[in-house]
Design a protein around this ligand. Sequence first.
Ligand SMILES: Cc1cc2nc3c(=O)[nH]c(=O)nc-3n(C[C@H](O)[C@H](O)[C@H](O)COP(=O)(O)OP(=O)(O)OC[C@H]3O[C@@H](n4cnc5c(N)ncnc54)[C@H](O)[C@@H]3O)c2cc1C
Length: 462
Amino acid sequence: MAATNTIQQLAERISGHLVQPKDDQYDEARGIWNGMIDRRPAAIAFCNHTSDVVQALRFARENKLPFSIRCGGHGVSGNSLVDDGLVIDLSCMRSVVVDPQKRRAIVGGGAQLGDFDRETQVHGLAATAGVDPSTGVAGLTLGGGTGFLARKLGLTIDSLVGAKVVLANGSIVRANATEHPDLFWALRGGGGNFGIITEFEFALHPIGPEVMSIQVFYPYKAAREVLRFYRDFMANAPEEVGCYVLLVPVPAVEPFPPEQHGKTAVALAGCYAGDLEEGRRALEPLTSIADPLLAVLEPVHYVDLQSSFKDAAPHGERYYWKSHFIEDITEELLDLVVERTEALPGHLSSCFFEPQGGAVNRIDPKATAYPHRQALYSISMSSGWSDPADDHANIAWTRSFYDAVAPHSTGGVYSNYMDFDEVDRVQSAYGENFDRLRRVKAEYDPNNVFRLNQNIKPATGA
Ligand SMILES: Cc1cc2nc3c(=O)[nH]c(=O)nc-3n(C[C@H](O)[C@H](O)[C@H](O)COP(=O)(O)OP(=O)(O)OC[C@H]3O[C@@H](n4cnc5c(N)ncnc54)[C@H](O)[C@@H]3O)c2cc1C
């Protein structure tokens, strides 16, 4: 571990601030979304500018300090936090500058999805972004980026047109279709393996400001019927429909009947991103599959829709998450899911299906580093709880459920949903693009300086 006086030298090199174990803010500064990850960095460098990022990276390398990169701190596996090393934190670099004429946005490497959605929606524009506003744009984009607009607009990476990247040697390059095109290809799904992104450039698309939103909760006894209906509905749904199905505890709030609180419900949540009345007609059948506990079909501002999950997975609680890609929701899988979710282990646990299809699947799996274009859904089994005494029960539920679903999966996994103990799934995360990614890694980061991520080892002899 670097001595405190050595670390202090970094404070003099950057315009941002440095937090060390001796500081009052230390515990808050080292906190990340997943409370299961409890690491104690030697320092956290809050960077204000690209130059700070360069200095922090150089400092870590000169002093042989392990380092991690943090944007929104939502990484499931906790790779943004390093024990006894330096956290290069970009969370002060949250600017989003929109050019409404060109329909482009320049987004800071530490921006959160909420920043992105708010600023782009001022101009009636958007790109696909995930469903929790405090997730980082950087981590989400580098893994692919799914969300309610994915079937209509593709993944977040499908709207990425360029990035400013600090490479392992401290140099700064632009990656886009004409400059460092191989690097640009790798950034679209290859995770944080290739450099530190201090700016993203996105193409934007007209969305909203209102979209037709749907939120329906059915009692657990209707789960089979709802899942079956959902599967058949999504097979023919227009691409404007982005709708997830979730098995979740009934929230302990009105208007849910008190006797249902905490029991498993099957919920549908999403939107139709297009003409409002067409959306109402398209989504209406989902509101009467059985007798709902709650059914809301109404226009909402897209920004508000994007905040609707903000309390579902609070920062700092304990989480354990696994997932698979699947080609379809078969009868066997449906039975398995219903059986495994009757008793969910923690109050923040869920199982959910996230649809792909549409614009996601039209793109060649080799066109970007994200390879899972053929799968129709991902299925996640995620446990969330508060008390460390419940770790074992929650982790065991997720693992056993995950094992049971494995025979129904494509074998692939979304790198952004991998937990800390899934190192052996890295190749499955990059699939048929793995070898090319290793070659790009060898070119841009031959010494595997960026290794605290879903790590791709550089190809040898490339
Ligand atoms: C509650 C919740 C909801 C989610 N919803 C969605 C969703 O709807 N759609 C979806 O696609 N994903 C979703 N995810 C997964 C999410 O995309 C990943 O967890 C992602 O890694 C989070 O990004 P972050 O920047 O917040 O993470 P961080 O923990 O800050 O970073 C994770 C990793 O990303 C890399 N990284 C971060 N910043 C940079 C940078 N500037 N330059 C280079 N590398 C960087 C590093 O390797 C780092 O270890 C969700 C996650 C959570 C916890």
